[in-house]
Design a protein around this ligand. Sequence first.
Ligand code: GLN
Length: 475
Amino acid sequence: MTKPFATVVDIASDIASGKTSAVEVLEQHLARITERESEINAFNLVTIEQARATAQQVDADIKASKPIGALAGVPVALKDNMCTRGIETTCSSKILEGWKPPYDATVVTRLQQAGAVMVGKTNLDEFAMGSSTENSAFGPTKNPLDTSRVPGGSSGGSAAAVAAGFAAASLGSDTGGSIRQPASLCGLVGVKPTYGLVSRQGIVAFASSLDQVGPFTHTVADAALMMEVIGGHDPLDSTSLPQPMPSLTSVLGQGVKGMRIGRLTDMPDGCEPEVLARMDAAYVALQAAGATIVDVSLPSLSYCLTAYYLVAPAEASSNLARYDGVRYGMRVETGDLHSMYGATRAAGFGAEVKRRIMLGTYALSAGYFDAYYGKALKVRRLIANDFAAAYEKCDVILTPTSPTVAFPLGDKTSDPLTMYLCDIFTIPTNLAGHAAMSVPFGTGAHNMPVGVQVLAPALGEQTMFRVAAELERAS
Ligand code: GLN
């Protein structure tokens, strides 16, 4: 499939070789933002001035023959739950409106050190809770491929920014599927790294034991490069793995000969037939490239959604306790401290965030803790055991990323449960702490893109990227 916009790899090499300049590349992207952003709403903030200053610096460095980074001059967008020093970070919530963090997230620092040009902060479901970006306090983001449809979520703004050519790549966060599902719905590559491979320092916490940061790109090679820049040990994150980032760009050409690809025998209901047809085509393509297909089962898969909607809200209810009208963003003044807390939280949080806080508080409350939170942790152990058994028989497992293609705006907003079902295939990875990525693999209903999800064990990124590269070649 030919890509409509220049890739990260091409932009970086054209700027480094002097074929084009960082300023020229930036202006092309800003022109597309001017043309379509009012229709798409990918951004909460476009950082035009900072972007121009960075691009000019890159060009000056190149002119002066100074050493430049791997992403020098590449326009990138950041999900608006990543701290940027002195630049508003809202999580698309009214409660954080106007708050400017005093430091940069580690991933932001690493992008800057690599010479990337930040073009803006992207829209999301409030505090990353949702699957369509319709839970934003600042209005929904539209899918650039069909603006009557959602881009997926919660990192819908980051996905839309890349799909619309506003940035060559972007970062999102994935707690239960928020990178992979929007990547799938917007026809992009999206990576959820192994838990601990990419730093969470400076990412506003949703569910700390599940959150990971990863890239959105047009190609697998771009995703590999982005991962190499943002990944690797960070002493500022206590859950960061104590090892360097494995090389990914160097393995992309190695193919899948001799690899064992797992196919789920116990597929949940609810997948669109066109999505299942693309899955069949993916197995055929990998087989043709020399891989063997083996049947595997994940018996606990059907419990994962329930477990996730106990663990994630439980952690969120604790993480979001800090928004009390004192330390961050907005405050609703009342006569006394306690009513100020309540009034601020009532006015500042949207409906879905309140729902999660209530669910989580209930699941953790005395008398219900063992029955709900405790049980959910047991399911988490079971799915990890299921994966361990499956990975004795195969190297990676393939599933759809999303059971459906991008759906119309408003389609699922009245029924949270149908929205939650969007993540049936993505959530198990987060519960297990493993790696997974979505790769575009043709189109389904309404001519919208279908993503194939490649699941790998913890630190299986090299194998996962080899399979992803093969799927990309085949599509
Ligand atoms: N859609 C899931 C949720 O609403 C996952 C969100 C995410 O990964 N941040 O919780």
